[in-house]
Design a protein around this ligand. Structure first.
Ligand code: MG
Length: 305
């Protein structure tokens, strides 16, 4: 770690990786390559595997670029994605055995449950705790007078299968079309590690036609109890939700119930904000009929949402 004092000669950089934050005190003349080496010491992610997002306007910065030339804020937050050496060494069978998506079953969510759910004291407490604990790392700043589009990842934008990421047809066309009107957020139920792998595979950060505002993983979700009972023992069904209130409270000047749309293939994720939910069909890459192309995102693009 550099011992440079943070003053007019230096920057305080805050790197977010794998759900954790790392502080780096660096001199203004440091290069991106030097920052990569510092990140390697802290995270064990080799420089060639690091993808740095939000340090400059470009997502793939050359190693010889100096920090001084990047017009950074001080402190300046950015995100690093990439697998640590120990993760790369994981046996493929171990990776295959890890859950990619938790409990993928869905039922037709009944919005009439909303009133009870939001009134439930325990649910309200969990919501407040999550709002307090979730730390959002902004990659691209919110823009004035833009609406907010929250997009699920698995089976909405892609299908991750047999170690491969299959992008949903019209995915980038859709994102490009909505970007002039919406700030875009990706919210996935997977862990941060899988989220990183999938987003890198999807190549979502390299497009210059649209920019992702920030990304949320399963740590921003919490469990609510449905009033429905299931099984022989009639247990109340519990499930996780993506509560948009978390985002609204973090960015009250920009986003609210009036200007947010949440697209997801699981309607239960809308349980606390059914008015903003838009259920999309589940995208699955199958070899059953390669001639039938999924057009959900193309249809959504042309819809007046
Ligand atoms: Mg999904």
């Amino acid at each position: 770690m550099a011992a440079t004092k943070v003053d007019e000669q230096g920057y305080k950089l805050i790197a977010k990786w794998n759900g954790k934050k790392y502080d780096l005190d660096v001199h203004k003349e440091y290069t991106v390559g030097q920052v990569r080496k510092m990140l390697q010491m802290l995270t064990c992610v080799q420089p060639k595997r690091q993808k740095i997002i939000g340090l400059g306007k470009k997502s793939n910065l050359e190693d010889d670029v100096t920090l001084e030339s990047l017009q950074l804020k001080n402190p300046h937050s950015f995100m690093m994605v990439g697998c640590a050496d120990e993760d790369v060494m994981l046996d493929q069978s171990q990776i295959d055995a890890m859950p990619l998506v938790v409990n993928d079953l869905d039922w037709n969510y009944d919005p009439s449950e909303y009133e009870e759910m939001i009134a439930d004291v325990e649910n309200r407490q969990k919501l407040q705790d999550t709002i307090k604990n979730v730390d959002i790392s902004v990659i691209n700043q919110p823009r004035r007078d833009k609406k907010l589009l929250v997009l699920d990842l698995d089976h909405t934008l892609l299908h991750f299968k047999n170690k491969r990421t299959y992008k949903r047809p019209f995915c980038f066309e859709f994102l490009k079309a909505v970007y002039p009107f919406y700030d875009i957020v990706v919210w996935s139920q997977t862990s941060w590690k899988w989220l990183e792998i999938k987003l890198i595979e999807l190549d979502i950060f390299t497009s210059t036609d649209f920019f992702i505002s920030f990304v949320l993983d399963h740590s921003a979700m919490f469990t609510v109890r449905s009033k429905r009972r299931k099984g022989k023992d009639g247990k109340l069904w519990e499930h996780q939700v993506k509560a948009l209130e978390i985002i609204w409270q973090k960015f009250p000047e920009y986003y609210s119930a009036r200007n947010t749309v949440h697209v997801d293939d699981l309607s239960r994720n809308f349980a606390l904000n059914p008015n903003q939910g838009l259920k999309i069909s589940k995208f699955e890459k199958t070899s059953a009929d390669p001639n039938v192309e999924d057009t959900e995102l193309q249809v959504l693009q042309s819809a007046d949402i």
